[in-house]
Design a protein around this ligand. Structure first.
Ligand SMILES: [Zn+2]
Length: 323
């Protein structure tokens, strides 16, 4: 037998990736579903179960020979029970017994983890985290999700919410965060928060370079436009990058000092624009930690569009937490 077969499902608000693979990430079949949610978790989970069954059929693999199915989904969730509590981007999902439902439908053991932890596992095993024993992965996407690998294993914490670095307070009484707190790192470096900040600054006439790129449609203002403006040398965009790097490097320095990390892996906006962010981030993180910690390695994620599939497959290989 050339390695056991596992399935993975990465659940996003607008798209799903389902994958069937041998161990060591050799993908046999993969499918993407766009605009897949129907607003009812029962129907949504039936769609996911059908997708896995179809992949198995296409690969001529009996469902019963699949060793496990891993599901990566936005939390909060309980990885012991596989119940997803209240994901912000999935309509009609509340206290969803994801593991139980899929195990009944598919007859295969199912593991569930939050997407940031799953992403950390994937970059550690297959991407920019290879070879590290202690690392943090930050998604740097719409929100700032974080996952920790400590002493060669996923660290989940007392409430299974370890690694919420996006919600560390970096500015006293600072900008409001989507989580309800103020001054969180995510309120300064998350994609949604950055878009809101850009719109505010355009509206008060402080970001003409952004306005020129976006036109009159404020809704078209996204972090992508900010990145474009940085590349054009726009002074406002460059100043905002300075602020972004300042906040992010402070947050990262705290985590490096708290956990004695050797590596930091950053996704999405930094992964796609490493030339704009990595050098100043490295420099400022190193300035803010002890000399003994300055060898901390700040890297961009490597998996990019492959991240969801590998993340879900890594979850399939996890043992569920015992307590
Ligand atoms: Zn927050």
């Amino acid at each position: 037998m050339p390695g056991r077969i596992r399935a993975g499902i990465d659940i996003g608000g607008t798209k799903v990736v389902a994958v069937l693979a041998r161990e060591r990430g050799e993908v046999l079949r993969e499918v993407r579903l766009e605009d897949w949610t129907l607003g009812s978790w029962e129907r949504d989970l039936a769609v996911l179960a059908d997708a896995v069954s179809q992949l198995a059929d296409d690969a001529r693999v009996a469902l019963t020979t699949i060793a496990s199915v891993g599901v990566s989904v936005a939390g909060p969730l309980d990885p012991r029970t596989g119940v997803v509590l209240d994901p912000p981007n999935l309509l009609g999902w509340e206290d969803v017994p994801l593991r139980e439902f899929l195990e009944e439908r598919l007859g295969v053991p199912v593991r569930v983890e939050n997407d940031a932890d799953a992403g950390a596992l994937a970059e550690w095993r297959f991407g920019a985290g290879r070879g590290a024993h202690n690392l943090v992965f930050l998604t740097m996407s719409t929100g700032v999700g974080g996952g920790l690998i400590l002493e060669d294993r996923l660290y989940r914490g007392a409430r299974f919410q370890a690694g919420e670095i996006g919600h560390m307070p970096v500015v006293p009484d600072g900008r409001p965060c989507a989580c309800g707190l103020r001054g969180c790192l995510e309120a300064y470096t998350g994609g949604a928060a950055l878009a809101a900040r850009l719109r505010e600054d355009v509206e008060r006439g402080a970001a003409e370079g952004i306005r020129e790129l976006a036109g009159e449609d404020l809704a078209a203002i996204t972090p992508r436009i900010w990145v474009e403006a940085i590349r054009q040398g726009d002074p406002y965009a460059l100043a905002l990058r300075g602020e972004y790097v300042d906040h992010l490097s402070r947050g990262l320095a705290i985590v490096v000092m708290a956990l004695d990390l050797e590596r930091i892996v950053l996704g999405t906006i930094i992964q796609t624009n490493p030339d704009l962010f990595l050098a100043p981030l490295r420099e400022q993180v190193r300035e803010r930690v002890w000399a003994s910690h300055r060898d901390v390695d700040v890297r961009a994620g490597e998996l990019g569009p492959r991240l969801p599939a590998y993340a879900a497959l890594c979850v399939a290989e996890l043992e569920p937490p015992s307590s």
